[in-house]
Ligand binder design. Sequence first.
Ligand SMILES: NC(=O)c1ccc[n+]([C@@H]2O[C@H](COP(=O)([O-])OP(=O)(O)OC[C@H]3O[C@@H](n4cnc5c(N)ncnc54)[C@H](OP(=O)(O)O)[C@@H]3O)[C@@H](O)[C@H]2O)c1
Length: 231
Amino acid sequence: MPTQRFLITGGSQGIGAAIVTHARKAGHQVVFTGRKEAQIKRVAADTGAHGITADVAVDADNARTVDACVKHMGGVDVLINNAGVGYSADMGALDVNAMRALFATNVFGGVDLTNRIVPLMKAQGHGDIVNLASTSGMKGAKGGTAYAGSKWAVRGITQCWQAELRPHGIRVICICPSEVQTNWMGKTGRNNPNKLYADDIAATILAGLDMPRRVLWPELAVFANNPWKED
Ligand SMILES: NC(=O)c1ccc[n+]([C@@H]2O[C@H](COP(=O)([O-])OP(=O)(O)OC[C@H]3O[C@@H](n4cnc5c(N)ncnc54)[C@H](OP(=O)(O)O)[C@@H]3O)[C@@H](O)[C@H]2O)c1
């Protein structure tokens, strides 16, 4: 793949930081976002990517993010909608405002940012958009009203964007990872070599983007092959 201009949301840790690292190692230009300034600075220093403090749930921050991409890279070829948060609650105990806040990041944030980037991609006649959903968005589960609901929404929205954007040369790819051993929801220290790492998801995304432009992988579920093995 020739050098591309990446915008990655939620690049300050986990899967997003791994995508920043893989994209930079492949020689691409990268702008990434997050809310925690110290972690953003660390990833930026480690990778040479341009990190900005921006909350994807805030429309004005998304406007600023697009401006930063135009200023630092002259535009965007690849948008990775990765920023996401979790919240689990059974019905009867669900805090609907917590669910609204989750949707503001997991669903409306990516929609608002993409709504701002698509005109640039249409004007240049190409682009790639990668949406991070989850296997939680493929099968409902106890406590999953908010999180699984948001990831089902991301999958459905992805299909709408594919229908709209394929004729403009823009590919939209949905990635649905199973459990990945990041610090997701405070789960630190997981290191089972048989379970997925953030690097596995980054490598999968780069592989999808690396396909010839006539090829579209509309949706990829990514599982660990044998996660039950303990060593
Ligand atoms: N880990 C898993 O098992 C798993 C499985 C399937 C799908 N996923 C999905 O993969 C994506 C990344 O997950 P992860 O495991 O890497 O999680 P993570 O380690 O918690 O990282 C999440 C990233 O998103 C950023 N973020 C969260 N809210 C944001 C907001 N409003 N604006 C900007 N950045 C925001 C965080 O940065 P700040 O804290 O600095 O804002 C952080 O960089 C998420 O969409 C998640 O739903 C994860």
